[in-house]
Design a protein around this ligand. Sequence first.
Ligand code: PEP
Ligand code: MN
Length: 366
Amino acid sequence: MKLNLKLQPINTWLETKNEPLLIAGPCSAETEDQLMATAHLLAKTGKVSVLRAGIWKPRTRPGEFEGIGSIGLTWLKRAKEETGLPTAVEVATAKHVEEALAAGVDILWVGARSTVNPFTVQEIADALKGVDIPVLVKNPVNPDIQLWIGALERINNAGITKLGAIHRGFSSYEKTAFRNEPMWELAIQLKTLAPDLPIINDPSHICGNRELIQYVAQKALDLDMQGLMIESHLDPSVAWTDAKQQVTPAALSELLDLLTQRKPEIKDKDFTDKLADLRTNIDKIDDQIIQKIAERMQIVQKIGEYKRDNGVTILQVNRWDQIMNKRSAFASALKLDLNFTGKLLELIHSESIRKQTDIMNDKKGA
Ligand code: PEP
Ligand code: MN
């Protein structure tokens, strides 16, 4: 079921026609000079649509730099006057909203640590009642799409229709190459539930380092996201926050030049005919896959009944090892990714076990 959000198309609320929307600027506003110099360099690239800067920073441990506070808003105002770039800041309380609005900030965003808390989001939403300003909602720290949707709904219910989402990745216990796991499937799920909701990708917070930003930004564009938010600092090596992931305005400009923008669709008839043909084939194969899985489950049902009647356990580890080994060898011969086939087999196997457990417990219609 689609979400019931009241939205205005992004091109009616973008100050600029640049697509994808490019939001760039330092993680934090640190000093007036740092912000002004960064803003001027970013504006000079001609590729940036909006200037971002964190004014109030949510920090994991007390004692770290918690943002320069309200004074930074006056610097942002000056940066806007001098560069013409609209500005964006993170807000986490009603007071932040009031101050940012009073200072003429153009776009507000809700940070990942706020999206996790419905009380905080509601406080922000209440402060936005009767205000007409674009608001972007970052995904929550944890991979819970309902929290993300809930926050978007709360802001939307407050009357904000210039609404967008920011995909900044999800915290995970396991250490991986990313600071925050992208879990692209969650952003895709949101897009499927709300096709008109613009999604901006934040490769800086996903990567946590400079090296992977290009790859993540390209992937976001290939998934038809409407924009990017990238942290850029005059001199990242001395940045007060997120030093490892910020890029200089010059590096940002190069990175943007290397991005390929592919179109979501083209109107050419030969192209659409060929694509339609290929899609028909895919549909046919998908039907066959579902049919085969249903056939497999019917056999699982029989095996379950047979095991139950003979008092045999559901899981026989050797048999499962055999299946995994044989299928993996086959998959490998067919040049399929082993990680993918492994996950697929695990999923089918766990459904088979669930079904057999129901049979053992004599559930009707298992
Ligand atoms: C930020 O944008 O600097 C920030 C704090 O991001 P997030 O809320 O995604 O952690
Ligand atoms: Mn940051």
